[in-house]
Design a protein around this ligand. Structure first.
Ligand SMILES: NC(=O)c1ccc[n+]([C@@H]2O[C@H](COP(=O)([O-])OP(=O)(O)OC[C@H]3O[C@@H](n4cnc5c(N)ncnc54)[C@H](O)[C@@H]3O)[C@@H](O)[C@H]2O)c1
Length: 377
C-alpha cells in the first residue's frame, strides 16, 4: 500500500500524521478546504506541507467531482476531514451532518460506483460516541458496568454533574471499552457515529479493510489557536498569554483523557502498516483520567505563570462529565503504547505556542453563541 489520501490532512492531526507517513515511504495526497475556522483567512496551505513531498489539493469532501479526481489510484484513505466542535454542533446541525456524515457517504458512494480499488480506510472517530461512557457502583473488579444516559439540561441547571445510583450516590467512572454502550450526547458525536457505521458497513460489503480509531482529547503542537470551539489547551493558552483568568465549567472535576498528537499519528501509522487491516474499533488515548482543573494548572505552570483559575459552575449542553479510554486493544491489536507523557507533551505544546503570533481570544464570543441558543447555563 503506497498511495494514501488524507482528507483534512492540513489540520492539526494531519500536520503530524502526513509528515510521518511521508517519512515512512507513503505517497501522500491531502484533500483539505482550508476551513477559515481552523486556518484563518490566509487561504494558503500551511507552510509545513512544502517541506515534504506531499501533494496538496484544495477542495471539499462534500464535492463529488473533487472526490472522484483525488480518489483515482488511491490505495488507502485516512479520513480526518470534519467539523469538530461539540458545542457548535448543537446549532450548526445541518453543516455538521453535511461535512461529517453526508461527505463520508459521498466518499463511499464514489468508491463503490467508480469501483475504486481502495485497500484500506481508516477513520478518525471520537470518544464522544460513548456519551457518558462506563461507570461502576463500587471500585471493585467484580462491580458490573453501568452506562448512564446523557445528562439532561435540567440536571445540569441543578448542578447535578455526575451520574448517581438509585440511592443518590455518585457513580465511579472507569475506562470505557470499545464494545461498551454507544450513547452520543451531541450532534457532533452522532455524526462521528454515523461515519463509523457507514464505513464499517460499506467496507465489510466491499471487502475493503478498515480501522476506526476513537480518539480521546488530542492536544499538542499545531492545534488551531484560531478555533474557539474545540481544543481546550489551545483556547486556554491564548488566555494564559494574555494574563486572563481561565474559566472552568461545572465544578472543574470533570475529566478527560489527554493524548499527545504524535501518539495519535503513531497509532494511525501502525494501523496502516499492519499486514491485515484491523477491521475493528480501537480507542486511542492514554488510559489516564485528568481533571480539567489539573490540566489548566499544569498548562499555566508550563508557561511559568501562577494559575488564575475560576470554577464557574457554568455548563454546556452536550458535554460529557468524564472520559477515559481503555487502551487494551490499542496495545494488543495495533501493538502501540502511547509514548509522550502529559508533562513532556505540555512542554512541547507550550514551546510551540511561544513561536506563534498571539491570536484573538474568541472564547467569550463562542460562549455567547451558546447562551443565545440556550445551550449554555
Ligand atoms: N483533536 C481532537 O481532540 C479529536 C478528538 C477526537 C476525534 N478527532 C477527529 O480527528 C479528525 C481531525 O481532527 P483535527 O483535530 O485534526 O481537526 P482540525 O480541525 O485541526 O482539522 C480538520 C481539517 O479538516 C479540514 N476540513 C474541514 N471541513 C472540510 C471539508 N468540507 N473538506 C475538506 N477538508 C475539510 C479543515 O480545513 C482542517 O484542516 C476529525 O475527524 C475529528 O473529528 C479529533
Amino acid at each position: 500500500m503506497k498511495k494514501i489520501l488524507v482528507t483534512g490532512g492540513a489540520g492539526f492531526i494531519g500536520s503530524h500524521l502526513c509528515p510521518l507517513l511521508e517519512q515512512n515511504g507513503f505517497k501522500v495526497t491531502i484533500l483539505d478546504n482550508l476551513s477559515p475556522q481552523i486556518h484563518g483567512d490566509s487561504q494558503q496551505p500551511p507552510s509545513w506541507i512544502s517541506k515534504y513531498n506531499i501533494h496538496f489539493v484544495e477542495g471539499s469532501v462534500t464535492d463529488r467531482p473533487t472526490l472522484e479526481s483525488v480518489l483515482v489510484n488511491v490505495d488507502g484513505i485516512i479520513h480526518l476531514a470534519a467539523e469538530t466542535g461539540t458545542g457548535q454542533s448543537m446549532y450548526e446541525i445541518e453543516k455538521y451532518n453535511l461535512v461529517n456524515s453526508q461527505a463520508t457517504a459521498l466518499m463511499l458512494d464514489v468508491i463503490t460506483n467508480k469501483k475504486i480499488p481502495v485497500k484500506r480506510i481508516l477513520l478518525a472517530s471520537s470518544r464522544s460516541v460513548y456519551g457518558e461512557g462506563a461507570y461502576v457502583r463500587e471500585a471493585q473488579e467484580s462491580s458490573s458496568r453501568i452506562f448512564p444516559r446523557p445528562r439532561l439540561p435540567e440536571e445540569l441547571a441543578n448542578h447535578q454533574w455526575t451520574a448517581k445510583d438509585a440511592s443518590g450516590k455518585d457513580l465511579i467512572p472507569v475506562p470505557t471499552r470499545e464494545d461498551d454502550k454507544i450513547q452520543p450526547a451531541s450532534i457532533y458525536a452522532s455524526t462521528k457515529y454515523a461515519q463509523e457505521d457507514l464505513i464499517a458497513i460499506c467496507c465489510e460489503s466491499l471487502g475493503i479493510g478498515y480501522g476506526i480509531l476513537r480518539l480521546q482529547n488530542v492536544y499538542g503542537e499545531g492545534q488551531s489557536l484560531n478555533n474557539p470551539y474545540t481544543g481546550i489547551l489551545s483556547i486556554f493558552s491564548t488566555r494564559v498569554r494574555m494574563d486572563k483568568h481561565l474559566p472552568i465549567f461545572e465544578d472543574g472535576l470533570e475529566t478527560r483523557d489527554f493524548v499527545h498528537v504524535s501518539d495519535v499519528a503513531g497509532a494511525f501509522l501502525s494501523a496502516l502498516k499492519r499486514g491485515e487491516a484491523p477491521n475493528t474499533i480501537i480507542n486511542v488515548g492514554t488510559g489516564q483520567f485528568t481533571t480539567v482543573v489539573d490540566i489548566a494548572e499544569q498548562l499555566t505552570r508550563a508557561f511559568d505563570k501562577e494559575p488564575d483559575i475560576r470554577v464557574t459552575g457554568q455548563y454546556r449542553v452536550g458535554d460529557i462529565r468524564h472520559n477515559c479510554a481503555d487502551i487494551t486493544r490499542l496495545k494488543e491489536v495495533l501493538n502501540y503504547t502511547p509514548k509522550v507523557s502529559l508533562e513532556e507533551g505540555m512542554k512541547r505544546f507550550v514551546d510551540w505556542v511561544h513561536t506563534q503570533p498571539l491570536p484573538e481570544d474568541k472564547l467569550d464570543k463562542a460562549n455567547q453563541e451558546l447562551k443565545d441558543k440556550n445551550l449554555m447555563g
